[in-house]
Design a protein around this ligand. Structure first.
Ligand SMILES: Cc1ncc(COP(=O)(O)O)c(C=O)c1O
Length: 377
């Protein structure tokens, strides 16, 4: 089985699972307990906080642990909006549902939301973004890398404009952290979402970077964990796993970028040589090094993936809603027709993929496209 679905999730690195297992056995104390068993658990949490901060270039006190990307995004968006209790929010149409749905929720509570469109390369247009800023804009939330296309937004530019106006800027960096260098000062984030299972850590754990001095309201209510922002006894072994994943990412980021770039190029070249009518979806260069989203003319990508599901794992350009296949809203927002979106395929490589696997995947996909094409004639 060749796993090319690393944007959905990644396998847990063996060093991460070893760290989790020993922590599960060793650090069973409650980190809020004052005795030494509790304090040992507290110490490993603080070590992980430091490892995350070192990966993204912030202070360790600016990291808050959550249950993952969905919660970090909800906390950033609703946590900001809870303060003025009204105002205007800017986001984009290609955000993950864990950003779009809190925005829709706030809309239903009387907030105004601008959903910026994207151009055919999948990018938010800076001029349109500038025009959308209002006097009462309380938050800008734009993703770093899109999960489907890998396209990178101009977050540094957006953040600089937000900073000049004193508007908090949140970045959903679920897909970019650990896959490429991400530094909070460079991307000019006031808040940033980090998701462990997208870069070889465990699921159900994530973090929110919150710039020192920026006030946020909690969205869960309980005891005073995470300095009152996120109550609940900490997921100690998950936090240890996330910390280890960050440590490994920091050490290996250059190799990961180089490896992913090489494999993606091989994949694209191999597929275009063997299959007619392939088009790349999204910006040619401003993209994650590991993500290839392609449209294969005349093919239903769901049928294709179904036919090779025991050999190659990847994702299609459609999603199932209430038993009906719907084209991806992200691809539609870039101007793709329903048919082209349904013909699109997301291949996302990871650090453990090999060149041999890529060659084999090209052969398998090309052979199946040939069969499907013949069948459709
Ligand atoms: C861009 C983006 N944001 C947020 C999330 C949500 O992460 P989780 O499902 O771990 O809560 C994902 C996961 O697919 C994602 O790709």
């Amino acid at each position: 089985m060749i796993y090319l679905d690393n944007n959905a999730t990644t396998p847990v690195d063996p060093e991460v699972s070893d760290a989790i297992l020993s922590s599960l056995k060793r650090d069973f104390g409650n980190p809020s307990s004052t005795h030494s068993i509790g304090q040992r658990a507290r110490d490993v949490i603080e070590k992980s906080r430091m490892l995350i901060s070192e990966l993204i270039g912030c202070k360790s006190a600016e990291i808050y642990f959550t249950s993952g990307g969905t919660e970090s995004n909800n906390l950033a968006i609703i946590g900001i909006a809870e303060r003025p209790k009204r105002g205007h929010i800017i986001t984009s149409v290609i955000e993950h549902p864990s950003v779009l749905n809190p925005c829709r929720y706030l809309e239903s509570r009387g907030f105004q939301v601008t959903y910026l469109p994207v151009d055919s390369a999948g990018m938010v247009v800076i001029d349109e973004f500038k025009k959308s800023i209002k006097k009462d804009t309380i938050l800008i939330t734009i993703m770093h890398a899109n999960n489907e296309t890998g396209v990178l937004q101009s977050v540094g530019e957006i953040g600089a404009i937000a900073g000049e106006r004193g508007i908090p800027f949140h970045i959903d960096a679920a897909q970019s952290t650990g896959k490429m260098p991400v530094n909070v000062s460079q991307v000019k984030a006031d808040m940033m979402t980090i998701v462990s299972h997208k870069f070889y850590g465990p699921k159900g754990i994530g973090a929110l970077y919150l710039r020192d001095g920026l006030e946020l309201s909690p969205i869960l209510f309980g005891a005073g964990h995470e300095r009152g922002l996120r109550p609940g006894t900490e997921n100690v072994h998950g936090i240890v796993g996330l910390g280890k994943a960050c440590e490994l990412a920091k050490m290996n980021i250059r190799n990961r970028v180089a490896h992913a770039t090489k494999l993606c190029e091989m994949l694209f070249r191999g597929l275009t040589e063997k299959i007619d009518g392939i088009r790349l979806n999204g910006h040619e260069t401003l993209r994650l090094p590991n993500t290839l989203n392609i449209c294969i003319h005349g093919i239903d990508s769901t049928d294709l993936l179904e036919s090779i599901k025991d050999k190659v794992a990847a994702s299609s350009g459609s999603a199932c809603h209430a038993g009906q296949r719907k084209p991806s809203p992200v691809l539609k927002a870039m101007g793709l027709s329903d048919v082209d979106a349904m013909s699109s395929l997301r291949l996302s490589v990871g650090k453990d993929n090999t060149e041999e696997e890529i060659k084999e995947a090209v052969e398998i996909i090309a052979a199946m496209v040939k069969i499907l094409n013949l069948n459709s004639k």
